[in-house]
Design a protein. Structure first.
Length: 765
């Protein structure tokens, strides 16, 4: 194919109008490798689309000779539309503008036989993938409860993201599933897919990478085809994407990647920040162009974000600036506890509304999904409209609906909808035929499904296993109904989640998603502690769900920080900035420096979502898995430049004291633990360091009217203490061996060691 002639003066391109000098440089530097380091809000999309349009309009390449890769279909559509507005119908000749998976699929169909497939192969979804894996697990005789299909699917996805075939797995990876069966199960899965002439999404890139590596003539043909390679959001690439791109671009080396190392926040789904950090080594002679002029935020917001991210070691470095003037400093507000945090944010939003700020310009960003619950409850109480973006409202999440269905059936045995939802959740081996027979019997007898289940379990209508399963389930519900009158709703829920196997099933998955669901369940039981009866709680949930059906009026946005990347709002509230929440406890305990730096990048992303105002809140006390725990302000607050921050707190010490504790120390936690060893608690490595809070005595200094009632819900009883012999109605006699707030650890004579609420025991001596 002949190539279009190059015009004499490319710099005259009208596409450059409105671009600043670095953006123009990024557009015009067409030859050789280019790394466009684009900070938050610096117009990287404008520069990337202008570059793509310039390559075509300047006749440097035919549209079909340009590979332009995005991460989402939405980004690909938007880019195609913007480029089309610039160059007209020529955009229709760009078959290689799309997502990684879409482009890899198009390439793979041309070389399917080299991957052991036919060109009309099927791309299976997650449900089909799990179905295949379950069949293989059963065929191998493995316990699918101990080694669930979702766990294996997660491992296979991780291996494919890293570009690993079954033959590439080392001993450690092989041991990750079923005591050394990882490689065999992965290989069996791949063989099964090929027999079905199918592949999953991970295969699209992995198969194509394998073909390019093994067949040099194929690689050279693609290298010759693509005169230019453009990649958006390069900091989010995983290993297999990186290897695929590097092979394709090594021929002509005309590759331009756009990204921000300070916004690499997706390691949990395979993204590797090392890809962008080593780009200059992969492509010697790289032209690094920094887009640093920000068009979004105020000077104080940018300066605060820059000061924070400057604490990271693994970064290429850039300094955002703006021509805008004025604006408010970041506000850091310390509150007594989580409920007060929700009330304070609600008050601030109502104030902004009175000042004329539309609710649609306001966002609350959380580190984890479970944090949204208190804000949802508060906003329902005051009639403030809100929407959850990038996820379900708290009470709409599947695991929460399942748990509530158990509670509904305890409260109302005739609730057939609840019975249908949970009779096989977690899986109990009750097939469709069993459920069908249940429905038939219930209709014929005019009974609820639960009553029909008891009747059918006492007959020969079902196989023995199904009868025993139904009978055991009905006995469980009978026991839970008796317990409902003897314990709190929260303790009842914890018992049900434990005894039903619901929590155990999620724990067995051993995935990030399952861990999040367990956190949500813990937050559910925490929420239930505010209600005296199960009926009161279920009524509250009904009111919340009814509000969810409200119209499309102006609403506040609530979402995770991860979900907010790429978005912007006039007013942003960043909540839960405490050690153990943000940075997360998992990052502190397991991830080391790399995870901590990613948490800091996440904080940087959070701050730079704000256009006009950014407010950070931290609480002195927060319930962690249902227990009140003293909290330390996030280290990220201490890293904010004081000149750009306004602090507001009624608490002793505040962020200034925390900043002093952190100053000049590699591990201030160790210092705090040394100075307050009496306050170190046993909640894992991170909490042992972090729990030495300067807020422990703050309650004595805060006026009674400023404390929330919830703050005192966990005060210890004066009637019992460590060493005393006590009696519990369910567990019998025992001796108190530990105490934390209103929770007792008791060594029972016949039931072993249990943790119970002090109000449910009495002294026995």
């Amino acid at each position: 194919m002949s190539h279009p002639p190059v015009p004499a003066d490319s710099s005259a391109d009208p596409l450059l109008a409105g671009l600043n000098p670095p953006q123009r440089e990024a557009v015009l530097t067409t030859e050789g490798p280019v790394l466009m380091l684009a900070g938050a809000g610096t117009g990287k999309t404008a520069a990337l689309t202008a570059r793509l349009a310039h390559l075509v309009r300047a006749r440097l390449a035919w549209p079909s000779e340009i590979l332009c890769v995005t991460f989402t279909n939405k980004a690909a559509r938007e880019m195609r539309e913007r480029v089309g507005a610039m160059i007209g119908p020529a955009v229709e000749g760009m078959p290689w503008l799309g997502t990684f998976h879409a482009i890899a699929a198009r390439m793979l169909r041309r070389h399917a036989e080299l991957a052991g497939l036919q060109a009309n192969f099927t791309i299976i979804d997650t449900d089909d993938q799990l179905r295949v894996l379950k069949q293989l697990i059963q065929a191998e005789g493995l316990d699918d409860k101990r080694w669930p299909a979702r766990q294996l699917a997660g491992l296979i996805d991780r291996w494919k993201n890293r570009g690993l075939t079954p033959d590439d797995l080392d001993a450690a990876e092989n041991e990750a599933y079923a005591n050394g069966r990882g490689r065999a199960m992965y290989a069996a899965y791949q063989a099964r897919l090929k027999a079905l002439n199918a592949c999953d999404f991970g295969d699209l890139l992995l198969h194509m990478l394998t073909v390019l590596r093994r067949h040099r003539e194929v690689l050279e043909s693609w290298q010759k085809r693509f005169r230019y390679v453009l990649v958006d959001e390069y900091q989010d690439t995983n290993q297999v994407q990186y290897l695929w791109l590097r092979l394709l671009a090594q021929g002509r080396r005309n590759i331009c990647v756009v990204g921000d190392d300070d916004q690499s926040i997706y390691s949990w789904r395979g993204a590797e920040i090392a890809n962008i950090l080593r780009f200059e080594k992969d492509f010697p002679g790289t032209r690094v162009i920094r887009l640093e002029q920000n068009y979004r935020s105020t000077p104080d917001i940018l300066a605060a974000a820059a000061g924070l991210i400057g604490a990271n070691r693994e970064r290429l470095g850039k300094s955002l600036w703006t021509q805008a003037n004025g604006g408010d400093k970041l506000r850091v507000i310390g509150v007594w506890d989580g409920p007060e945090e929700a009330r304070r944010v609600g008050d601030e939003i109502e104030r902004l509304g009175r000042e004329g700020a539309p609710l649609s310009t306001i966002a609350i960003l959380v580190r984890a999904q479970f944090q949204t619950r208190e804000f949802e409850d508060r906003f329902i109480a005051i009639g403030l409209g809100y929407r959850i973006i990038g996820g379900f409202r708290f009470y709409e999440r599947a695991e929460i609906r399942d748990a509530i269905a158990y509670l509904r059936l305890v409260a109302q045995p005739a609730d057939d909808l609840a019975f249908e939802r949970i009779c096989n959740t977690p899986r109990r081996g009750l097939g469709d035929r069993t459920i069908e027979r249940l429905h038939r019997l219930a209709r014929a007898a005019g009974q609820p499904l639960a009553a029909a289940a008891l009747s059918i379990a006492d007959s020969d209508e079902l196989p023995t296993r199904a009868r025993n399963t139904l009978l055991a389930l009905m006995r469980d519900f009978a026991r839970w109904r008796d317990l409902a009158s003897q314990t709190t709703p929260a303790e009842l829920a914890r018992t049900i989640l434990d005894e039903s196997g619901f929590s155990a099933a999620l724990q067995a998955e051993k995935s990030v998603e399952a861990a999040g669901r367990l956190e949500n369940l813990a937050e559910l039981t925490r929420a239930m502690e505010d209600y005296e009866t199960l009926g009161d709680f279920l009524e509250h949930v009904s009111l919340v769900m009814d509000n969810d059906a409200a119209g499309d009026d102006e609403k506040v946005t609530i979402m995770t920080i991860h979900g907010a990347k790429g978005l912007e709002f006039d007013n942003v509230f960043l909540v839960g900035w405490e050690e153990g929440v943000f940075p997360s406890q998992r990052a502190l305990d397991e991830g080391g420096l790399a995870s901590l730096e990613e948490e800091r990048r996440l904080a940087y992303v959070a701050i730079t979502r704000a256009r006009r105002r950014c407010t950070i809140l931290h609480a002195a006390n927060r319930r962690i898995y249902g227990q009140w725990t003293s909290s330390i302000p996030s280290r990220f607050i201490a890293e904010l430049p004081p000149a750009h921050v306004e602090e507001e707190t009624t608490l002793s010490g505040g962020a200034s004291l925390w900043r002093a504790n952190w100053s000049g120390r590699d591990d201030p936690f160790a210092h705090l633990a040394e100075t307050r060893p009496d306050r170190v608690r046993s909640r894992g490595p991170g909490w042992q360091r972090a729990a030495a809070s300067s807020y422990d005595t703050a309650a004595a200094r805060i006026p009674e009217t400023t404390r929330s009632a919830a703050s005192f819900a966990a005060q210890p009883s004066a009637d019992v203490g460590v060493g005393m012999r006590v009696f519990h109605q369910k567990f019998g006699y025992g001796v108190v061996t530990g105490q934390e707030g209103n929770k007792l650890e008791i060594a029972f004579e016949n039931a072993g060691t249990k943790r119970v609420i002090d109000s449910f025991v009495k002294r026995a001596d």
